[in-house]
Design a binder for this molecule. Sequence first.
Ligand code: B12
Ligand code: SF4
Length: 457
Amino acid sequence: MEIALVYPSYEAHLITPPLGIGYMASFLKKHDHSVKIIDAHNLNLSPEQVTRMCGGVKVAGISCYTAFLSEVTDLSQRLKERGCMVVLGGPHPSALPRETLSLTGADYVVVGEGENALLHIVEKIAKGEDPSDFPGVITSTTEQITRAPLVEDLDSLPFPDWKSIDPRMYRKAPHGGVIKNFPVAPLTTSRGCCFECAFCGSSVIWGRKVRFRSPENVVDEIDYLVRDFGVREIHFEDDNITLKRAHMEQIASLILERRIAISWACPNGVRVESVDRDLLRLMKKSGCYLLAFGIESGNQQILDGIKKNISLETAERAVKMAHEEGIMTQAFFILGLPGETEKTVEETLAYAKRLPLDRAQFLLLDMLPGTALYEEVKGNGGWVLDKPRKSFHQAAWVPPGLQGKELEAMRARAFLSFHLRPRQFLNLAKCIRLSQVPFIIQRLVDYGVLPWRKKRG
Ligand code: B12
Ligand code: SF4
């Protein structure tokens, strides 16, 4: 039975190979199913084109973030009209399974990790049976919401289906925007995070148990990507690759031992308390050139309120240490967290500028379903936007006393004020390639730094 796995197209400035789809494709193929990956985002395909490409497949699985729920809804409805069975998975259906089912008209949604549940769905459908007897497989008649069983041993998973999501075929719009080398491949060495930051959607998919791949398995994959796909840069997309020091240390040591010449970065962020000087030195030696840190706010009270569990002093120490060890540093800051005022935004900007950071991302708080913050504000009013698809461009919720437009303007100002300093500007400018200019312009538009919005075809 042929299955299509789709990553939908949506308006965004970042385009990276979809690992979730890649993992599920290789897992299904290992179990003798025929799978076609359609990365509509990279190919800029319209829903109509995707629907045509799915002609003849019995089941289509679609990845769904909250940010592109409306695109998934459109696609799901079109596929259903053509008689295709639709399964949705990923962070949004995992958080709101029933709502997602009724909005999209999909046949099934999977709550949590996809591999085992999707295999079960496909095998049952192939036999003409109902797959909703499996944990995490939810349909309109499901009474109790359960979670899909986790893969116990991550090394038992085949590598993602890299031939179908070949890094060389991707447009130059990587995570982090401006990077050192292409082709670049994302990779995760672990799944899950044990922390409880109130705004974060990670545990909705993975729960709070952290599972690690073995360093050998990780470096085998890097080796494969370098040899077979000419990959020259790796982006570790773990929630926190440095959580277990020995894990990071062994990966870096193996890269060195096997003399794999790559640059690597952690654009998804690492926790500030999880690095030390010796570790940073080893990471740098093995190719690490950019570390993003999740700092979130320059105001300690706000940090405590979101249960980030870090201090501003620890964050400052980590950034300084990485900078001194010759690693470029980036920090994520979220504007519009509970307790935010114009004054705290200024504090965050001043803090960011005081640190030896090369880059800073000022994001607007995204109210992600299933998070503690979402539960806290749900039903309390304060929503300024009910269309989730623009949630990463526009404020989804604003703290009392501020306006959405005000926050958006503060973000644009913070971005400019931070980056229009000589070191930060020159560092970024010297890495930008001509082919990246359209994506960078789109990014500046999204940030409200440039005043117009590009039309997509
Ligand atoms: C890499 C990454 C990205 C990449 C894109 C990745 C891609 N193409 O797939 C980029 C950098 C582009 C990105 C962007 C964004 N991201 Co992001 N991203 C991640 C990150 C760090 C890792 C994703 C990953 O590759 N995981 C590894 C693979 C194996 O897992 P997976 O893709 O989730 O797939 C598994 C399951 O979800 C499920 N599954 C997924 N799809 C399907 C489909 C079917 C049919 C089934 C059955 C199962 C299934 O099974 C898969 C295998 O087990 C996660 C954090 C995390 N811990 O997961 C955040 C995360 C997914 N991102 C998030 C967010 C909020 C965003 C942004 C909106 C951020 C922003 N404010 O701009 C944007 C989206 C819009 C934009 N600006 O582009 C949230 C999503 C929450 C939500 N409710 O939607 C997460 C969870 C981060 C967080 N900690 O809250 N992101
Ligand atoms: S923000 Fe980072 S540290 Fe906090 S829960 Fe999410 S992944 Fe974990």
